[in-house]
Write a protein that binds this ligand. Structure first.
Ligand code: GDP
Ligand code: MN
Length: 382
């Protein structure tokens, strides 16, 4: 789960990270009142679950409360088109903060390095901008240290990384404190990512987190009631929101071939095979193990809500899932939903033959292997 900048700042402040004074507003009038309270120049920041807001016009300086109100009016209710969200994300809140003067912008971040099976702490003197771009163009400018999970991030490791990255000496003590705080916040909240970008050094030597980002592992949310109020329905995608309500694992991918399978690994391999065969998957959908007919029908309905879908590929490997149950679900789905696009079905494993027998003479296209299934769905949707 992604949380907003102002929420991540709330969390980090509890761990001792200094953040600019400010408050969140849902209306232009509120924005004005907050700006009046803060006094002086403020920055009006769109709160959306996407980075790159600065370049997209979502971060605006205001010299007066009147101007803050105008910026808030322009932003609230509009959409922000960032490189990460080209389809646009609606803005419903803005954060109003005292504007800070910036001498230097640095990057501090922590995420999980799956290959090393450890958390990796990253520091760069090239902060402020897109860290992915820095990673592409100047990988040497990102210093990494891996954290021993038993010891946690040691202060000397943090300092070493900061010196190696070339952070100004006067900023190192605070940056080291922020890094250890960031690490504690990250582990305590079961995050998969925590970033301060930029970590700002002001001309008079102050250090502040000007931006903050945290992603919380969905599978750990049950033990974090404190994040309950941060939960928002996916405003970006109505089908994903519907899938969430139905308890189905669905991710929209933007292509035109619908994918349904059982088991996340199998579904991801199916996406790869479809891409390899020259097709573009419309979605990821995992019906899980032991899926019954009703669920299969539900899944098919969901995939067909995407108007771009020109065909659907079922890839089901029966273990505890029974091929005949899946076939029944597909047949029920087809008659109930008036399916007009071709379906390719690959059933293997438990009761696959019974399942395929049920599908005979129905116009559905059977396939024996995943590769064959991928080829066929690409052919018939071309
Ligand atoms: P992001 O683009 O979504 O990462 O949003 P940020 O909060 O990181 O803001 C982007 C950039 O706007 C920062 O790197 C700063 O250069 C600038 N910025 C943000 N807040 C302030 C501020 O209070 N004062 C000034 N002068 N610049 C700011
Ligand atoms: Mn940022």
């Amino acid at each position: 789960m992604k949380i907003h900048e102002y929420q991540a700042k709330e969390v980090l402040a509890r761990y001792g990270v200094s953040v600019p004074r400010g408050n969140v507003a849902e209306t232009p009038k509120e924005a004005r009142a907050i700006a009046e309270n803060l006094g002086g120049r403020v920055v009006v920041k769109a709160q959306v679950h996407a980075g790159g807001r600065g370049k997209a016009g979502g971060i605006r300086l205001a010299d007066t409360p009147q101007q803050a109100e105008e910026h808030a009016r322009a932003l609230i209710g509009s959409k922000l088109y960032t490189p990460q969200a080209p389809q646009g994300v609606p803005v419903s809140k803005v954060l109003i903060e005292e504007a800070i003067s910036i001498a230097q912008e640095y990057y501090l971040g922590i995420t999980l390095d799956r290959a090393r099976q450890r958390d990796v702490v990253m520091v760069s003197a090239m902060g402020g901008m897109d860290i992915e771009q820095v990673a592409d163009e100047h990988p040497e400018a990102i210093i990494k240290v891996w954290v021993d999970p038993w010891q946690g991030l040691m202060p000397y490791q943090a300092r070493q990384a900061l010196y190696d990255a070339g952070i100004a000496r006067e900023a190192v003590p605070t940056a080291a404190r922020f890094l250890t705080a960031l690490y504690r916040a990250y582990t305590a909240s079961d995050s998969s990512l925590a970033e301060i970008n930029p970590f700002v050094l002001t001309p008079d030597g102050q250090c502040l987190a000007a931006d903050a980002k945290m992603n919380i592992d969905d599978n750990a949310l049950f033990r974090h009631p404190e994040f309950g109020e941060y939960r928002e329905e996916s405003v970006e995608d109505p089908i994903e929101a519907e899938a969430h309500r139905r308890g189905i694992q669905y991710v929209r991918l933007g292509g035109d071939i619908g994918i349904i399978g059982n088991g996340a690994g199998l579904v991801m391999s199916t996406l790869d095979e479809v891409s390899r065969a020259g097709g573009r998957p419309a979605n990821f959908l995992d019906i899980g193990g032991g899926a019954k007919a009703e669920l299969v029908r539900n899944a098919l309905e969901l995939v067909l809500m995407d108007p771009n879908v020109k065909g659907v590929l079922f890839n089901v490997f029966g273990g505890i899932t029974r091929g005949d149950e899946v076939a029944k679900g597909i047949l029920e789905g087809i008659s109930a939903l008036e399916v007009k696009v071709p379906l390719v079905i690959r059933l293997a494993g438990t009761r696959a033959e019974e399942g395929l027998a049920l599908l005979q003479g129905t116009g559905l296209i059977p396939a024996v292997t995943m590769q064959e299934a991928a080829r066929k769905i690409v052919e018939v949707t071309r």
